[in-house]
Design a protein around this ligand. Structure first.
Ligand code: HEM
Length: 324
């Protein structure tokens, strides 16, 4: 009898203990800076829809803004972490590494709509992560959940962007710059495959075509002629597809082009100059795992150096720090 009555009490105690532990885990999670899917589901339930519509509106008038938004998130996350530092006008963004960056106004427009509905709630760093996710989906790429809860950073310095990779970087340099950001060879290959959409200015191709010692011998002859026809000597502004023949559509053809050397920028071609990265490129060609693993790498990139909890701020406008 005594035993029977103690059992429910023990079970209740165990349940209570479990609840306390779960609560503690959640609190620790927050203080450790973990993001969560649906972070704004109560504080601003329409946040993700508002961002999607802003991206859709922008793409309706200029579809090339979609790849620009994906690049923008990469440039945000690699410099000081995904903290919106790239969005501050006249600061970090002036570094030449950010040359050609576009889509900042799309983020500003989405943020302005969010401020009307839920002032002071949604960070610019999150708007950027959501916009990049939407851009991928809208170019036929995978749809995926983006953990949110980032706060905006309080600094943006022009020299901070020196850490970004260059189109002329060799595989060792690319690998070490990615490693500094906590990303491995697999992430490097998958994230570079974001070049399945978008274009590059001839500026980033010219040295491979008209270098001091001639053209890059790694470029197949037919493709070299094609690139030279697109990028005449001295033309820095004409744009060429990063994924030859498929620049508006997220697909695996970038991997085939990388393997065949049919890519305009040297950093993409460099992925096959190394056994480990070349093997990864080969393994993802035609594989259904490509889209799934790409999502994993994007989500991982989106966690670099995030600011959460009570740190940083929620900017009123994305292009300036709050004044109060
Ligand atoms: C591996 C190192 C990388 C290098 C050296 C690099 C370099 C470049 C360069 C030179 C351009 C052309 C910029 C222009 O002329 O406007 C470009 C465009 C682009 N990059 Fe990368 N990138 C790298 C990694 C990434 C990553 C990790 C992502 C995203 C996950 C990304 C997404 C894009 C996109 C979508 C474009 C097209 C932008 C547009 O069409 O406006 N890149 N990249």
């Amino acid at each position: 009898m005594a035993n029977a009555s103690r059992r429910p009490a023990t079970a209740t105690m165990a349940l209570l203990l479990l609840l306390v532990l779960l609560e503690l885990a959640a609190m620790t999670g927050l203080s450790q800076g973990q993001l969560q899917v649906g972070f704004y589901s109560e504080s601003c339930p329409d946040a993700e829809d508002i961002v999607s519509s802003a991206v859709q509106d922008a793409a309706a008038s200029d579809p090339t803004l979609l790849p620009a938004l994906v690049r923008l998130q990469f440039h945000d996350c690699f410099v000081r972490g995904c903290d919106g530092s790239v969005l501050i006008a006249g600061a970090e963004v002036k570094n030449s590494k950010h040359q050609g960056l576009r889509g900042l106004d799309v983020v500003d427009a989405a943020k302005a709509l969010l401020e009307e509905q839920c002032p002071g709630v949604v960070s610019c760093a999150d708007v950027l992560a959501l916009a990049a996710r939407d851009a991928i989906g809208m170019t036929n790429g995978p749809s995926f959940d983006v953990p949110t809860g980032r706060r905006d950073g309080l600094a943006s310095n022009v020299r901070d962007a020196d850490v970004l990779p260059d189109a002329s970087d060799n595989i060792q340099t690319l690998r070490s710059k990615f490693a500094t950001a906590g990303l491995d060879d697999r992430d490097l290959v998958l994230l570079t495959a974001a070049h399945t959409i978008g274009t590059t200015a001839c500026f980033f191709v010219k040295d491979r075509l008209y270098g001091a010692s001639g053209s890059d011998p790694g470029i197949p002859a037919g493709y070299l002629a094609e690139l030279k026809a697109r990028c005449a000597p001295g033309d820095f502004n004409t744009r060429v597809p990063l994924d030859r023949g498929s620049e508006a559509r997220f697909d695996g053809s970038i991997l085939r082009n990388i393997q065949a050397g049919l890519v305009p920028i040297a950093s993409d071609a460099a992925l096959v100059a190394d056994n480990a990265t070349a093997a990864l490129v080969g393994a993802y060609i035609g594989s259904p795992r490509f889209r799934r693993d790409f999502v994993g790498a994007m989500v991982k990139m989106g966690t670099i150096g995030v600011i959460t909890g009570g740190n940083g701020e929620i900017r009123d406008v994305c292009s300036a720090f709050n004044t109060n």
